[in-house]
Design a protein around this ligand. Structure first.
Ligand code: PEP
Ligand code: MG
Length: 327
C-alpha cells in the first residue's frame, strides 16, 4: 500500500477518462514544500503566512520574508505558488499580542480586514512577495483571505498596485503583473461571486471558514461540532454557486479547505466542476488515487444527486456509497 502511494507521486492527477486535475499543496511553513515536491504536487495552492507572526521574536523584515518566499518558489521550478496574505485574528491569534479583545473574534477585525485597517505589515508583506517574484521569475500568485465585499477586494488590489509602483519608483526589482485572487470563505463573497469573478484572476474556496459562517457554527467549538460539516447541503449549494460563477467568467477556482484533502469528497468536488484541489502534503497521494479512479460522468451525476439531498447525513451516505463503488 505504501509502495503504491509512493509510486503515485510520478503519475499525473488525471481522471480515469483523461481530465487533468491540478493537485496542489497547502503549506504553513516553507520547509513543507519538500513534502509537496516529493509527492508530486503540481504547485502550492495555499501558502499560509501566519507563521511569520506567530513566532515569539516577532515578524521578520521585508528581505527575510522575501527570502522565505523565494525558497518555496525555487523548490518547485515552473510551478504555481499561491501566497496568501496575512490571515491573523480569530483562530490564528498571536500569543499575547492580540490587538484588543473582541467578543466575537470570528466576526471581528480579523484577516484582510485587519490588513486593510493596519496597512503597515500588509504593505511590507506585499513588497516581500513582489520582490521574491522578481528575484525568482516564478509563477507567483497573490491571494487575499476572508474577502467579504467587492470594495474590500478592490481596496486590497489597489494597495498591491500601489506597492508595486512604489518598488519600481525606488528602482527595486519587483513584479507588477502577478495574478490576484480572492479566497471565498464568507457567504457574502460566495453570494456575490458572479460579480467578483469579473474582477479577480482566480477564486480559492476556503471551506473551513465558509462552513463555519454558513452554518453559524464556530469551527473551533466542540459543542457545535455536530453542526459543523462541509457535507451540509447548504455548504454544497454555495460551493456550487461559486464554481458556476468561476466557470461563467472563465477563471480558475481551487478548493483549499480541508475537504480538498479528504478522499471522500474528491469525486463530489470534481463533479461540481472543481479542477484544482489544494491539500496538506500528506493527503496528496490518497486524493490523487481517487482522482485517477474517477470517471467525470459519474462524478457529475454524484454532484447532481448530492445537491438534491436535504441533510449532511444523507450527503455523507451518498459519498460513502460512491467511494466504495469507485475504489
Ligand atoms: C479555509 O478557511 O478553508 C482555509 C483554507 O483557510 P484557513 O483554514 O487557514 O482559515
Ligand atoms: Mg480561512
Amino acid at each position: 500500500r505504501f509502495a503504491e502511494l509512493s509510486r503515485l507521486s510520478d503519475l499525473p492527477a488525471e481522471t480515469a477518462d483523461g481530465s487533468r486535475i491540478r493537485l496542489l499543496g497547502n503549506i504553513e511553513f516553507p520547509a513543507e514544500v519538500d513534502a509537496c515536491r516529493e509527492r508530486g504536487a503540481d504547485g502550492i495552492g495555499l501558502f499560509r503566512t501566519e507563521f511569520f507572526y506567530l513566532a515569539d521574536d516577532g515578524p521578520p523584515g521585508e528581505l527575510e520574508q522575501a527570502e522565505a518566499y523565494a525558497a518555496v518558489i525555487r523548490a518547485l521550478p515552473g510551478k504555481p505558488v499561491t501566497i496568501r496574505t496575512l490571515d491573523l485574528g480569530s483562530d490564528k491569534s498571536e500569543p499575547g499580542r492580540a490587538l484588543h479583545v473582541e467578543p466575537n473574534p470570528a466576526l471581528g477585525l480579523r484577516s484582510l480586514r485587519r490588513s486593510l485597517r493596519d496597512p503597515g505589515p500588509f504593505r511590507l508583506q506585499l513588497r516581500a512577495i513582489l520582490r521574491a517574484a522578481a528575484i525568482t521569475g516564478g509563477d507567483v500568485r497573490v491571494m487575499f483571505p476572508l474577502v467579504t465585499t467587492l470594495d474590500e477586494f478592490r481596496q486590497a488590489r489597489a494597495t498591491l498596485r500601489d506597492v508595486a509602483a512604489e518598488l519600481l519608483a525606488e528602482g527595486t526589482p519587483a513584479r507588477a503583473d502577478l495574478p490576484v485572487g480572492a479566497m471565498i470563505e464568507v457567504p457574502a463573497a460566495a453570494i456575490m461571486s458572479d460579480l467578483l469573478a469579473k474582477e479577480v484572476d482566480f477564486f480559492s474556496i476556503g471551506t473551513n471558514d465558509l462552513t463555519q459562517y454558513i452554518l453559524a457554527a464556530d469551527r473551533t467549538n466542540e459543542t457545535v461540532a455536530d453542526l459543523y460539516t462541509s457535507a451540509d447541503p447548504a455548504v454544497l449549494r454555495l460551493i456550487d454557486t461559486v464554481a458556476r460563477a468561476a466557470e461563467a467568467a472563465g477563471i480558475e477556482v481551487t478548493v483549499c479547505g480541508s475537504i480538498a484533502g479528504e478522499p471522500l469528497y474528491t469525486m463530489l468536488l470534481l463533479g461540481m466542476g472543481i479542477q484544482h484541489l489544494s491539500t496538506p502534503p500528506h493527503q496528496l497521494p490518497e486524493v490523487k488515487r481517487v482522482i485517477r479512479a474517477v470517471q467525470m460522468d459519474e462524478a457529475r451525476a454524484l454532484a447532481r444527486e448530492a445537491l438534491r439531498r436535504g441533510s449532511a447525513a444523507e450527503v455523507l451516505d451518498l459519498l460513502r456509497q460512491a467511494f466504495r463503488r469507485v475504489l
